[in-house]
Design a protein around this ligand. Structure first.
Ligand SMILES: [Zn+2]
Length: 794
């Protein structure tokens, strides 16, 4: 088989070699068959390197050089499906990164060949010999022949086990032609088999929500207050998919929560068909999970952000729980957001958009060639958008063997985003109809929302129990007396947020970031730790500036609160849950079990603790300091605080009437007030209006450019150039820009500032406006990080 006309393939090679991140062009020899997604080997310099075909086309690339041939095809079936390749291309375009980087999201590190399905050998007898003939063979040889006698193809592993015959004997028979052998894909026992699912019982309200979600093809924003039973709806949707022979992905914001969910879902689906996938798996664990996803053994993947790129066959459902969480944004290249990518994957209109030359796709073919020029990410962005393959080649490919294993047609893919406090972005999309909005406004089992008390810290006199107010202390005491449980939330780990000299006000700072060191305790021994670099420092006896021996830790962290609590309530059993104590999902599971079984009284923790917990015996939840984060110069700061407060108020009274105490210096702040009234809707509506007023996302697009260290001058030049994109200004335009007025932005907001975490050494430029992404191609070359739709802005 082959092509009657010359066909060329764009191939992404498995190499980090610079400059070829968008692929090289190779010719497809006439006796070779490849399709998009095929794993092949091709020559680069003097080596053969494995690679993946991302595009097929008729045109020989420009330039006067020899196009080399693909050397070898490594598997009949493509390693990645066309849909996966298309998603890769979209990620590279949208997030401005080389294709190679985006492709890496799908493929575990190391050799890609190792991901191919394992093959096993089958043998059979070519001639039926009678027993007289077998007699002239030795004992072992006869045993082999006898075993094969009268059988069809038998697995070689089975023959070996049954007869004890080694490969050397088989080899002789193969040479003589008495026995034949063939290799076939190892099929998992449950491949293609529908696996048992158990029923989910839903309340009438949940049943209605489930039905509404199933009937609407759009992505669904499932807005359900804490305790309204979103998980039951997830379970019903997953059961639907799995019982129809399809598969599903459930994304969670935090690896620590996966164990908890697996426990709930293995009652529903065979545990063997569930995989937990996250970035902490070893490469070999990841490869194993990868193969099992692809061969159909796995029907449900539960995991963090990166699990979105599991190669499940027949994927028909993606659920993103706690969709507002910032952990869904990857803070390394490619800086994708799992929700955004999932939305693309589930969008039934994406093919139409692409061919219509939509906002994202550029109608220009990839110019990457074997000459492999060194290219900066921004320059790459002008090239990599390869349009759909030309029709004749495409149809030739579709008729090919192997391409049948492509995913479900895209309109069968459903996306569900669940949250009790949707992000402003998702709320915006639900309001304009991009998302279907399904609400669960009541708590499961008729439980009431807790009453909320706000304690104004500014009006109190504190003694040594600061920052625990008398109201909070009494609340805890009452719960301890009644043998009920308490959750305390403080979003600062460690003992103290900084160490100050009381004489001269000198503050110990990490020289690298210029941010204060946090005071931590290792046993009885205090030391300084930078939360941003991980650097540590011993605490000196005296101030390095004035020499006074009067250093004091200020700003309480979880360790400090723990020590105050044990002083106040020596009999209480206290658990502390923060990044220092919860180093693995297993530890989180143990912590939760300890709480559920009533073997602890107080759970004190950072945000890991407030995410998605369901602890029925908790009747008091308190925020020790709600203001943390509120004063940060970040347009999402208020939203973040609101989300945390609302999440926390949901943690109390899951079964019995609960109470919430919010301690704050700003009792009148909108976030605090609305969270205390459980009024998510009003908050989101107001915040959306506010963002529109000041032209921040989701009203505008935003792109962040992070410059390399000490590139202040470069960032200034870039900033000046970016200002020219603003069409409202009267500045003169260089000719290239004049020609391309379409690439300009009507109302462009540009800012430039050193990063808070870079200690003044790392500069950032922010562009904000409608159609900013489109205008990027008019910017000068740039060596640094491009962050589209940034979450991190400090
Ligand atoms: Zn001092």
């Amino acid at each position: 088989m082959g092509y009657d006309r010359k066909v060329y393939a764009t191939v992404i090679l498995n190499t980090r070699q610079g400059g070829i991140g968008n692929g090289l062009t190779y010719a497809v020899p006439s006796n070779v068959f490849v399709s998009i997604g095929s794993l092949i080997k091709a020559p680069l310099r003097k080596r053969l390197i494995e690679g993946i075909v991302t595009d097929l086309h008729r045109e020989k690339p420009e330039g006067d050089y020899d196009v080399k041939d693909i050397a070898k095809v490594l598997s009949d079936e493509p390693l990645l499906t066309k849909n996966q390749i298309e998603t890769t291309r979209w990620i590279a375009e949208y997030y401005v990164c080389p294709l190679r980087q985006a492709l890496g999201l799908w493929l575990p590190g190391g050799e890609w060949e190792k991901l191919l399905p394992e093959k096993e050998e089958f043998v059979h007898y070519t001639i039926q010999l009678n027993s007289l003939v077998t007699k002239k063979y030795g004992k072992k040889q006869a045993a082999l022949l006898d075993y094969l006698q009268g059988k069809e193809w038998v697995r070689w592993e089975e023959v070996k086990e049954a007869t004890g015959v080694g490969r050397d004997i088989l080899k002789r028979f193969l040479e003589q032609g008495l026995v034949e052998s063939k290799f076939e894909l190892r099929r998992n026992a449950i491949h293609g088999v529908s696996i048992t699912t158990n029923d989910v019982s839903l309340t009438p309200r949940q049943t209605a929500a489930h039905k509404a979600i199933t009937l609407d093809p759009r992505p669904t924003l499932l807005f359900g207050i804490t305790g309204s039973g979103k998980t039951e709806i997830y379970a019903a949707l997953i059961r639907d998919a799995v019982s129809e022979g399809k598969s599903a992905i459930l994304l969670l914001p935090e690896i620590l929560l996966t164990e908890n969910f697996v426990g709930r879902f293995q009652k529903l689906i065979d545990r063997e068909a569930i995989a937990i996938i996250h970035s902490r798996l070893t490469p070999s664990q990841r490869r194993e999970a990868w193969r099992r996803c692809r061969d159909g053994s796995i029907r449900l993947v539960i995991g963090s952000r990166s699990a979105l790129f599991s190669p499940l066959s027949n994927l028909s459902l993606i659920i993103i729980d706690e969709e507002h969480e910032w952990t869904y944004k990857n803070e390394q290249m490619p800086r994708y957001h799992a929700g955004k990518v999932a939305e693309y994957m589930s969008n039934p209109l994406r093919h139409a958009e692409r061919s219509g030359g939509g906002a994202v796709a550029e109608p220009e073919r990839s110019r990457s060639t074997s000459q492999g020029n060194q290219q900066s990410p921004l320059k790459l962005m002008r090239g990599p958008s390869t349009p759909p393959v030309a029709e004749p080649v495409l149809s030739a490919v579709e008729g090919a063997p192997g391409s049948a294993q492509d995913d479900v047609a895209q309109h069968d893919m459903k996306l569900v985003l669940g949250s009790a406090t949707p992000s402003v972005e998702s709320w915006f999309k639900a309001k304009n109809g991009t998302y279907q909005l399904v609400e669960l406004p009541e708590r499961y089992g008729g439980a009431l929302l807790p009453s909320v008390q706000i304690v104004d810290l500014g009006t109190l006199q504190f003694g040594r129990f600061y920052p625990l107010s008398p109201t909070l202390i009494n609340g805890i005491r009452l719960r301890l007396q009644k043998h009920e449980q308490v959750i305390l939330f403080l979003n600062r780990r460690g003992f103290a947020t900084s160490l100050l000299c009381m004489e001269c006000r000198y503050r110990f700072e990490d020289p690298e970031t210029r941010l204060p060191y946090t005071v931590h305790f290792r046993g009885q021994h205090p030391y300084l730790l930078s939360h941003h670099t991980g650097g540590t420092l011993e605490i000196p006896a005296k101030c390095p500036k004035c020499g006074a021996a009067n250093l004091r830790p200020v700003g309480a962290g979880t360790q400090k609160i723990e020590s105050i609590l044990s002083e106040l309530f020596p009999e209480a059993r206290i658990l502390r849950g923060d990044a220092d104590t919860l180093s693995s999902p297993e530890k989180m599971r143990v912590l939760l079990e300890t709480m559920k079984e009533g073997r602890a009284d107080i759970l004190l923790g950072t945000q890991s603790v407030v995410k998605g917990l369901d602890l029925p015996k908790v009747t008091l939840a308190a925020v020790i300091l709600a203001d943390i984060g509120l004063s940060l110069p970040h347009f999402r700061a208020g939203e973040r605080v609101f989300q945390l407060l609302t999440q926390l108020t949901g943690r109390s009274g899951r079964r019995d009437p609960g109470e919430v105490i919010i301690q704050t210096f700003r009792p009148k702040a909108l976030e605090v007030e609305l969270a205390s009234r459980h009024d998510v809707r009003t908050y989101l509506d107001q915040e959306l209006v506010e963002r529109q007023k000041v032209h921040y996302p989701p009203d505008t697009e935003m792109v962040r450019f992070v410059f390399t260290e000490n590139a202040e001058k470069e960032s200034r030049v870039f900033f000046e150039r970016a200002r020219l994109l603003d069409s409202s200004g009267s500045r003169g335009l260089p000719s290239s820009l004049e020609e391309n007025k379409a690439g300009r932005v009507e109302k462009l907001f540009i800012s430039r500032a050193p990063s808070l975490f870079g200690g003044g050494k790392v500069w950032q430029v922010f562009l904000r406006g409608k159609g900013v992404r489109e205008s990027l191609k008019n910017l000068p070359e740039f060596n640094g990080v491009v962050d589209v739709d940034p979450i991190e802005c400090l």
